[in-house]
Design a protein around this ligand. Structure first.
Ligand code: C2E
Ligand code: MG
Ligand code: MG
Ligand code: MG
Length: 292
């Protein structure tokens, strides 16, 4: 019996779990300081139409420019943030920063579109849509059509009704909505059916291996097929090579994003990258042929 008690105590004070919790709390304090000190930055990764390589926009991806550890990627700090009091403020910072960069590009003569990752909790925050509305009023140079809100397929199912109301309101305001990491959640089909969606993003984990793994290829094919059945355009993430692009195009996938097109880059490189890209892909800047 004494042995059992000992085991219970060990369970309650699981040192590993405890350490984990303490690390998370310490990182939250650091993150809050980082937000105040403006240590976050957005990098931007190009998204292009496969048929003619036209640049359709850039996805904003958050980075933490840590004073000692250098540039940190979202996997290293977003999990600590989830469900904390900082999740919404950081999400708002991302929106503000993305719109700020779009304003700079606009002033330089480029009206570029940007995709922004929105966490479920941020989207469910009571102030989310009024904040967006307010933002549009303050930045008349930016059209809502230039902004795509990316929501994760893993967003919890209980939130789906609220989510679809919020997203419908965003669409009313003119924003576009993309379903991110499609195929990784448990609810792929019901989401396609329930959520107002302008674009479906096939998760990179399937795309990366689609050329040598027939199961992954089958998933990519099915996702593209389903998206088409629901009349949603499809973007494939994780396009690392020309062969990926060709295979996806053969399957009817319209847009792509991945290291093969361009890696996420600091905001300051975006204009030059875009000009270089257009030079090396002349079809991308040709005006569409008038019909007839
Ligand atoms: P995501 O939205 O699915 O973004 C795509 C991720 O795939 C990015 O990782 C990008 O750098 C990476 N990637 C793009 N092309 C390739 C490729 O060809 N090969 C490979 N191996 N990877 C590629 P990153 O920047 O580390 O972001 C990871 C995740 O963190 C994002 O996945 C997104 O869910 C989340 N995230 C990033 N920024 C934000 C943000 O501002 N707010 C929120 N809520 N989440 C964010
Ligand atoms: Mg995304
Ligand atoms: Mg994704
Ligand atoms: Mg992802």
């Amino acid at each position: 019996a004494a042995k059992d008690k000992g085991r219970n105590l060990l369970h309650v004070f699981d040192p590993e779990q405890n350490e984990h919790r303490q690390q998370r709390r310490a990182q939250l304090i650091e993150l809050s300081r980082a937000l105040e000190n403006k240590e976050f930055e957005l990098h931007f990764q190009p998204q292009v139409r496969i048929a003619d390589c036209k640049v359709i926009g850039f996805e904003a991806l958050i980075r933490w420019n840590h004073p000692h550890k250098g540039l940190l990627y979202p996997d290293a700090f977003l999990p600590s943030l989830e469900a904390s009091h900082l999740e919404v403020p950081l999400g708002q910072w991302v929106l503000e920063e993305a719109v700020f960069q779009m304003g700079l590009w606009h002033d330089a003569g480029e009206d570029l579109s940007v995709s922004i990752n929105i966490s479920a909790r941020h989207m469910m925050d009571w102030s989310f849509t009024s904040y967006l509305e307010n933002y549009l009023q303050c930045h008349p140079a930016i059209k809502p059509e230039q902004i795509t809100l990316e929501v994760l397929e893993s967003t919890s199912l209980e939130d789906i009704k609220r989510a679809s109301d919020v997203l419908a309101r965003c669409q009313e305001l003119g924003f576009r909505v993309a379903l991110d990491d499609f195929g990784t959640g448990f609810s792929s089909l019901s989401y396609l059916n329930t959520l107002p969606i302008d674009l479906v993003k096939v998760d990179k984990s399937f795309v990366i291996n689609m050329l040598n793994d027939s199961n992954d290829r089958a998933i990519v094919e099915s996702v593209i097929f389903m998206g088409q059945r629901f009349s949603h355009p499809i973007l494939a993430e994780g396009v690392e090579t020309f062969d990926h692009a060709r295979a996806l195009s053969d399957l009817g996938c319209e847009y792509m994003q991945g290291y093969g097109v361009g890696r996420p880059m600091p905001a300051g490189n975006v204009l030059e990258w875009t000009q270089q890209w257009r030079k090396s892909h002349p079809a991308s800047s040709e005006a569409a042929q008038p019909a007839g």
